[in-house]
Ligand binder design. Structure first.
Ligand SMILES: *[C@@H]1O[C@H](CO)[C@@H](O)[C@H](O)[C@H]1NC(C)=O
Length: 402
């Protein structure tokens, strides 16, 4: 029996990132759709994508239960509609027990709670006003159950909270929100040690101005890039420049120790005729190059913070058919609801070279799935071990009858 147990355990290891290296990117798992697979099937999909960090917009118990004991890490969310009621201490406590503590005890890993999404770039003044107090109350509820060191409380923003983002050293928050909302928020991050989350879409910058914004610059393709005249730092892609403009905006407020995380980034594979740049090829190139550059490489930082590894959550796992707005909104997924890939992504293990050449992922509609040699070798080594264990187990069973 003991051997059988070891065997099963090894079999499980084969399908986790202990055995096959996971990508260094997370993914947003949105569910504004009526045709998505069951959460339990998503466990296998993420394993095949080799992604082990997930961001939810809610705390769907079906998802959190399905991922118990998988080792996958979750950022869970409190929706904008629920921000206000979290200002109440007992509501926040009940929420934390039901949506955090209970799942942790059942073996689901949760690292962070986002309170609201893109609240400070919205129109709802009451919600903006409630944001930091609600974060504070959720934090206090975590303190009460002893989880405040283990779980961060944060919120995600759109880059529309910036007044200036170019050049990166001039990055600054919008004047109308900076004193009233941003300053208390940064104080909260600084005090509790939580990260600042920002949703960054170079796609929008390109779509709004395709004649002056270089497509290669936004797609991480080789490009002359830009040089920040104040710092002399060179940027070969827009994502890194936008992250650094957020770094500048935060430092301008006097905070030096707050980590910035890209809570969403992605590219639509389809759009309306006026959504220039939305295409299968560009989406495959953007996400493919991003995975090459960040997901499969040694940790990379931005020019301004080269030693702080960039942390990115792709948007999104599935195309979501019930999202309102232009066609692009329903076409950010890496996967169709029927679980097939919208386009191929690079999946080779990164060779361990340290040269600085740009890792250029080329989209090709006819490319065949590449063989993951790392994985194949591991399986080849693993099989004799399985055979050995089975034979040994069989002998043990036979001995009993002799
Ligand atoms: C999955 O859905 C997409 C989009 O509707 C379609 O193009 C593709 O053929 C489907 N794949 C399978 C295996 O059914």
């Amino acid at each position: 029996m003991a051997l059988m147990f070891i065997f099963l355990h090894l079999l499980l290891l084969l399908y986790t990132c202990d055995f096959v290296r996971c990508l260094n990117v997370g993914i947003n798992y949105g569910q504004i759709a009526n045709n998505l697979p069951e959460a339990i099937q998503v466990v296998g999909l993420l394993e095949s994508l080799r992604i082990n960090r997930v961001k939810l917009y809610d705390s769907d118990p079906r998802v959190l239960k399905a991922f118990a004991n998988t080792g996958v890490e979750f950022i869970i969310g409190i929706s904008n509609e629920d921000v206000r009621k979290m200002k109440d201490a007992s509501t926040a406590e009940t929420w934390v027990i039901q949506h955090v503590s209970d799942h942790l005890s059942a073996g689901t890993r949760i690292t962070s709670v986002t309170v609201g999404n893109e609240v400070l770039s919205g129109e709802d003044g009451v919600l903006m006003h409630d944001l930091v107090p609600a974060m504070q109350t959720v934090y206090e509820a975590l303190v009460k159950v002893g989880l405040d060191k283990q779980i961060q409380v944060t919120t995600a923003h759109s880059v529309a909270i910036l007044e200036t983002s170019y050049p990166p050293t001039d990055g600054a928050f919008r004047r109308d929100i900076v004193g009233k909302y941003i300053d208390p928020l940064l104080k909260f991050h600084s005090k509790t040690g939580s990260s600042f989350l920002i949703n960054v879409y170079p796609f929008f910058a390109y779509k709004d101005d395709p004649t002056s914004v270089s497509l290669d610059y936004v797609l991480f393709n080789p490009d002359k890039g830009i040089t920040d005249p104040n710092s002399n730092l060179h940027y070969d892609n827009m994502l890194f420049a936008q992250i650094d403009s957020v770094h500048s905006a935060i430092e301008r407020m006097g905070y030096k120790d707050i980590v910035v995380v890209v809570s969403e980034t992605g590219w639509p594979s389809k759009g309306d005729s006026d959504e220039i740049g939305a295409s299968l090829e560009n989406a495959a190139t953007y996400n493919g190059n991003l995975i090459q550059k960040i997901g499969m490489s040694d940790p990379v930082g931005t020019p301004m913070k080269p030693s702080a590894p960039i942390d990115v959550y792709l948007f999104a796992l599935f195309n979501e058919n019930m999202k309102p707005g232009p066609t692009s909104e329903r076409n950010y997924g890496l996967l169709y609801p029927n679980r097939s890939s919208v386009y191929e992504l690079p999946n080779e293990q990164k060779s361990n070279d340290h040269d600085d050449k740009i890792l250029h992922y080329k989209y090709s509609s006819s490319s065949s799935p590449s063989v993951d040699w790392f994985f194949t070798i591991k399986v080849a080594l693993f099989m004799p071990l399985v055979a050995f264990l089975l034979v040994t187990e069989l002998q043990v069973e036979l001995w009993r009858y002799i």
